[in-house]
Ligand binder design. Structure first.
Ligand SMILES: *Cc1c(COP(=O)(O)O)cnc(C)c1O
Length: 348
């Protein structure tokens, strides 16, 4: 028998949204609007080049991101989705048995990637569906190397404000890396939710994580990136699986970055729908927290499985977290109508 690492047997596998042919899928926080117009045409053309390896350094993409964020290219590292970049950051700073602090529940990849990197996860319970930064700061010990701050938080959709983030960053020791995961940045109101790059980006122990998987509509192509100080970034780059970001993904990401106006237009449609869905779910008696992302959280506790099964019967796929709640991605208006009809009929 091959001896497998003991830490892996305890580890839950990542649960992807269910694939059900013909169903409405509101389970994985993808954009419902499909490929951006400027991306679609070029992809077919670029596909012809995939018999060759991509540019290892993703030079064009890194340049485009640097220009977009007005930072030096040396401050950017890319990966196959921000999930890979999360893993890279862990591999950069975590040695066996080092601790990694994050709120719970939060992005389900954090505990998996932490264990794979050999670290010990320290999960800090949420307070009122929101990251409890005070408790997270108190959970930091001499063994802590990294803290994930998911803002807005997946799956609860809540966000932290400027004052809280600044106070937290001031409390975290300088040798502990703070990773602010802003996968849903484009759906947040900038007057309520700070941009971590602007707020904390100059601090040596802060990394800001962004992705092309959500508002940019490229979940299936796998591109994400982080912005940090050059000394750290040069180490993070060493931990990337070579060539993990395909030429197709690099090209699509550059083109998508050039479509800022369309990305913003689509995000605004999603935000309007999100607020409509939230209002209706509250009318139905659900205690839905204010969402700053492209999904809403139904804290149904022990009813979560039943609600998800009811939706599945109506051919709408949502994402239950058993015993906790159900995450519902905001789709197109008619998809959201289908969800709301099911929610209305549930135990009605
Ligand atoms: C969806 C998501 C990501 C993005 O993952 P990719 O690997 O870039 O597709 C990262 N963080 C959080 C919190 C997410 O919800």
């Amino acid at each position: 028998m091959v001896r497998v690492r003991a830490s892996l047997s305890q580890l839950p596998a990542y649960v992807p949204g269910r694939k059900l042919p013909g169903a409405i899928v509101l389970a994985s926080n993808e954009s419902p609007h499909g490929l951006l117009p400027g991306v679609a045409g070029t992809l077919a053309e670029a596909a012809g080049g995939v018999s060759r390896y991509p540019d290892l350094d993703a030079t064009d993409l890194v340049q485009a991101l640097a220009a977009h964020h007005e930072v030096d290219p040396e401050r950017i590292a890319v990966g196959a989705g921000s999930s890979e970049v999360c893993g890279q950051l862990l591999h950069t700073v975590v040695s066996p048995a080092d601790e990694v602090v994050f709120g719970w529940r939060s992005f389900e990849a954090y505990p998996i990637l932490t264990a794979v990197a050999g670290g010990t996860a320290v999960k800090v319970p949420l307070r009122e569906h929101t990251l409890d930064l005070d408790a997270m700061a108190k959970a930091i010990t001499d063994r802590t190397r990294l803290v994930f701050v998911c803002n807005p938080n997946n799956p609860t959709s809540t966000a932290l404000g400027e004052r809280e983030l600044l106070d937290f960053a001031d409390r975290v020791p300088r040798d502990v890396l703070i990773v602010v995961d802003e996968a849903y940045r484009e759906y947040a109101d900038p007057s309520l939710v700070p941009d971590a790059l602007a707020l904390l980006g100059d601090r040596p122990n802060v990394v800001v994580l962004r992705t092309f998987s959500k508002a940019y509509g490229l979940a299936g192509l796998r591109v994400g990136y982080c912005i940090a100080q050059p000394g750290l970034v040069s180490q993070v780059r060493k931990t990337q699986v070579p060539f993990s970001v395909s030429a197709l993904a690099q090209r699509a990401a550059v083109l998508a970055l050039g479509e800022g106006a369309e990305v913003a237009r689509r995000a605004a449609l999603t935000v309007a729908e999100r607020d409509r869905v939230t209002r209706r779910l509250r009318e139905l008696g659900h205690d839905v927290p204010d969402s700053h992302s492209n999904f809403v959280w139904l804290p149904l506790a022990d009813d979560s499985a039943d609600f998800a099964a009811h939706c599945l019967d109506g051919r709408v796929v949502v994402r239950p977290f058993l015993g906790e709640g159900v995450r519902v991605t905001i789709g197109l208006p008619e998809e959201n109508d289908a969800l709301l009809a099911l929610a209305t009929a549930w135990r009605g």
